[in-house]
Design a protein around this ligand. Structure first.
Ligand SMILES: [Zn+2]
Ligand SMILES: [Zn+2]
Length: 249
């Protein structure tokens, strides 16, 4: 972990050299792809994420918990058996901090959640929508960083992933499996990463934040421009990606 750093709002402070890491084995059989799992198995995996997050956050040394998946060697997987990972950190990583800061500033100036506002607009416009269920929206985000980058967000305002109910996990499992199936039918076996962005456990409650799951298929590689600038070039417009995914059942 980096050097000690104190942020302006004083919510958190980074400490060096500690953390916790868990591997979630998603199936007893030697399955390689999450899309091959049954819906009930994915629901059990999502429930396990929530239960472990609730347990791990009892330790107040951890300021944030990151759950993510690397599937396929190209996406950084070092084990081929279907699995995901949970890492608790003694600081809030920059990606989550940037999102939380943006969401907080939006909430302070407009009096409503940034993500709920985006959802309302996306559901109305539908151009970037991949699927909509009773509880979730699947969309290709505006200014997507990667081709076919796809997010799943709960329609109900919920800052923390671990606030999900059993019914939420069941429906999220259906959405996630259907999305991975669309991507697989479109591209064949596809390496990808996903990450769950949930509000930091430090300084709870961050009521202005809205958890979501970001899926990043490995269809392109970060290169000189991306490394040099921290910005991303994406040759596929999110509207086009959403249209193609909608057309792939
Ligand atoms: Zn919201
Ligand atoms: Zn995010």
């Amino acid at each position: 972990m980096g050097n000690a750093a104190k942020f302006a709002d004083g919510i958190f402070e980074a400490r060096a050299g500690i953390g916790t890491h868990e591997v979630i084995i998603e199936a007893p059989d030697h399955v390689l792809a999450m899309a091959s799992l049954e819906e009930r198995q994915i629901a059990a995996v999502l429930r396990a994420y929530g239960e472990r997050m609730l347990f791990v956050k009892k330790d107040k040394r951890w300021q944030s918990i990151l759950v993510y998946k690397n599937e396929g060697r190209e996406a950084g997987a070092t084990l081929e058996h279907v699995h995901s990972q949970l890492i608790a950190l003694p600081e809030v990583p920059r990606e989550i901090m940037d999102e939380m800061t943006g969401a907080r500033l939006f909430y302070e100036s407009r009096g409503r959640c940034l993500f709920c506002t985006i959802l309302t607009r996306e559901i109305k416009e539908r151009a970037r929508l991949v699927a909509e269920t009773e509880r979730f929206v699947v969309l290709c985000p505006y200014a997507a960083r990667f081709p076919f980058e796809t997010w799943i967000l709960p329609k109900t305002h919920m800052p923390y992933f671990e606030q999900c109910s059993a019914d939420d996990y069941a429906e999220l499992s259906r959405c996630l499996r259907a999305t991975l199936t669309r991507l697989t039918r479109r591209f064949g076996t596809l390496p990808f990463n996903y990450v769950i962005h949930s509000a930091a456990s430090a300084g709870e409650p961050h009521t202005y934040y809205h958890w979501h799951l970001e899926i990043m298929p490995k269809l392109s590689h970060a290169a000189g421009f991306e490394w040099g600038s921290g910005s991303f070039m994406n040759p596929v417009a999110p509207e086009e990606a959403a249209r193609m995914l909608r057309a792939t059942q």
